[in-house]
Structure formats: structure tokens, C-alpha cells
Design a protein around this ligand. Structure first.
Ligand SMILES: [Zn+2]
Length: 358
């Protein structure tokens, strides 16, 4: 079998569920926006700045990884900046062949220069809409849904959950909590999750990345998460061997088809996995968990959706059948309505992969 190339993957339709808006800026845009607001950057040459982000994120600790966001968030404090970053995000994803994306960010981190939460949400939604229209006009249609994130160390989750529900008919399709896991269990935000469940709204929780099974168990069994942001540590509940044995929690996650938003490069950078080749995605796919492939932070990982898939092709020898499976898994697990998911699967994804599979 001839190995699939990165160029071929770029042309194939892809679905992305876990991508951070403040982790995907173009370095050149950061330089321009920082200049406009007088924010000091570690480098002012776009290429050098891009390398700085990847190097800082490569340090191996989640805390240092999160530090890189001080710079991106600092330049995303006006409506114009948020609009531009969101529009460019939609364009960049479309150029990479992503046909459906859920992009997340925390509105509470964009209030430093006096914006209200509503102004932040509306500027980002307008940016996604404008970028999607432009991409479609250029022949690369994309749909972008927004997830609003609350920070797990802060105390605004209820407010952000209500904000997400208020904008549910305007492009906000879900809710998430993010930030350092250790010491901040998801059950701190139980009120917000119970509110979302009463509203029949969708949410995912960053869990099982730096921290293990208790975090995953709480996210699912206490908080009611629809999906797991990462969830990669579910392998701690699997005994390897000729016939791997699943513990109760791993079996539950697989039985219930709970989607795992796996982010290979990001996990290697934060130390959640030793390398792409040793990433648990190989085992989890073999065991047919509901595995999806994601970018997490394209800037910090110097990556793209196509590159993540190319790395998996290289490490595990995957072909188009596996790439289609990841893509359909992601589309099935999206937070938009079922009929709309089905349309993308049947009219966009399946016909394209049918040709690739020959
Ligand atoms: Zn993430």
C-alpha cells in the first residue's frame, strides 16, 4: 500500500471537535495586534514567534504550556481583534480541508479592556460567520460551531453556562471547562452542569489529560459530560495484553460510545503521552472506543488537522479507511442537530472517502 501524503489528507474532508481559538492564531496576526495595543512579545518576527510558541509548549509541563496563552489572550481584548482572529481561524481550518469544526474559547478571559461577555461572544460569532462565508466563496465550505469554555480554577461557570444557552440559536453549540486539572475537579462546577442538563444543552469537559481516572469518572458520572476533552488517561483502566481487559469505567465509556477528543501532538507536548507512536490512540482505536482526532492548539503544537492525521498515518500505518472512521466518529459526536450531522456525513464525507478508497 502506498502511504497517504499530507497533501492528499489536506484535500480530504475532516471534522474537528477540539480546537482552542486562543491556541490557533497566526503568528503574523499576533505581531500586528500586539503592536496595536502595546503588548510586549518574546519575539516580533512572525517566524521566530511561531517557533517560540512551539518551544515553550514543548517544555513538558501543562502549566508552562498554559503560560503561552498569556500572549495570545493579551491581544484578543477588543471586538476587532476577536473578529479578526475568529475569521482567520475559519479560513485556516477551511484551507486545511476541515468541513466541520467546533472551536472553543473562554469569554471571561477577554474582558481586560472593558468588553462585556456578550460583546465578546458576538464579535467571535461574527468573525466565524464572515470567515466561513469567505471560505465557501473560495470553494472550501466549512461550518464552525462555537463552544464557550469556563475556566476550572475560576468561579464563573454558571454565568458562562447561561451565556452559552442564551446564544444557542446563534452559533454556540456547547459548553466546556478547561484549565489545569490538578486540584480543580469538575465537580466544583456541578451547578453549571446541572443547569445545562435541565436546558437540554450539550457539554464536554477537559478531563483525563494530566490527571487520571477520578477526573474522567467525575466528568461522566457526576457532571454528565457528553464527551471527554482528551480522556486519554482512560487507558489507565485497561490492562494490556493479548486480550486487553477493560475495567468498569473504561467499559462504560466504550459501551456508551462516549467520544474521546484525542489530541496526539498536544498530549506529547504536555507529557500525557511519550510519543505519537506510543500514544494510546492506537490501542483505543483497536478496541473501538469512539475515538476522534483533534488539534487542541495549532499554534503551540505547530500543527493542523491534516498534520495530526499524517502523523498517525506515519506512526500506525493507517489508510483512508481509518481516516474516514475518525472523521465520521467526530461528525457523529458533534453538538449540532442529528439531521445536520447526517447531511455532512452523507453528502460531504462519505462521497469523498468513497473516491479515496477507490
Ligand atoms: Zn484543550
Amino acid at each position: 500500500m502506498v502511504a497517504i501524503t499530507l497533501d492528499e489528507i489536506v484535500k480530504a474532508p475532516k471534522a474537528l471537535l477540539h480546537d482552542h481559538l486562543d491556541g490557533g492564531l497566526r503568528p503574523a496576526t499576533i505581531v500586528e495586534l500586539a503592536d496595536a495595543v502595546g503588548h510586549r512579545l518574546p519575539a516580533t518576527d512572525p517566524e521566530e514567534l511561531g517557533r517560540w510558541f512551539v518551544a515553550a509548549a514543548n517544555s513538558g509541563s501543562l502549566e508552562r504550556y498554559l503560560e503561552t496563552f498569556d500572549h495570545t489572550v493579551a491581544v484578543m481584548q477588543t471586538e476587532e481583534a476577536l473578529y479578526r482572529v475568529a475569521a482567520e481561524c475559519a479560513l485556516d481550518l477551511a484551507a486545511d480541508g476541515v468541513v466541520y469544526a467546533e472551536v472553543r474559547y473562554a469569554p471571561e478571559q477577554h474582558l481586560e479592556r472593558g468588553l462585556s461577555l456578550e460583546q465578546v461572544v458576538e464579535a467571535v460569532l461574527a468573525g466565524f460567520a464572515a470567515g466561513s462565508v469567505e471560505a465557501t466563496r473560495e470553494g472550501r465550505p466549512i461550518r464552525v460551531g462555537t463552544l464557550l469554555t469556563a475556566m476550572r480554577h475560576a468561579a464563573r461557570s454558571q454565568e458562562i453556562a447561561e451565556l452559552a444557552v442564551r446564544y444557542r440559536d446563534n452559533g454556540v453549540v456547547g459548553f466546556d471547562i478547561a484549565g489545569a486539572e490538578a486540584g480543580f475537579p469538575p465537580t466544583r462546577h456541578l451547578d453549571a452542569f446541572e443547569y445545562l442538563q435541565r436546558e437540554n444543552f450539550h457539554f464536554t469537559i477537559h478531563a483525563g489529560e494530566a490527571f487520571g481516572l477520578p477526573s474522567i469518572w467525575q466528568a461522566i458520572q457526576w457532571c454528565g459530560a457528553d464527551r471527554l476533552g482528551h480522556g486519554v488517561r482512560i487507558v489507565d483502566d485497561i490492562t494490556p495484553g493479548q486480550l486487553p481487559a477493560l475495567g468498569r469505567l473504561a467499559a462504560y465509556v466504550r459501551d456508551k460510545r462516549i467520544p474521546l477528543e484525542l489530541c496526539p501532538s498536544s498530549n506529547v507536548q504536555t507529557g500525557a503521552a511519550p510519543s505519537i507512536a506510543e500514544h494510546p490512540i492506537g490501542l483505543l482505536r483497536d478496541l473501538r472506543f469512539r475515538v476522534t482526532v483533534n488539534t487542541d492548539n495549532r499554534l503551540m503544537s505547530g500543527t493542523s488537522m491534516s498534520r495530526e492525521m499524517a502523523l498517525l498515518v506515519e506512526a500506525f500505518g493507517y489508510g483512508w479507511a481509518e481516516l474516514q472512521w475518525f472523521t465520521i466518529n467526530a461528525m457523529k459526536s458533534a453538538f449540532i442537530p442529528f439531521d445536520e450531522r447526517l447531511t455532512i456525513i452523507n453528502e460531504v464525507i462519505k462521497p469523498a472517502y468513497a473516491k479515496l478508497l477507490g
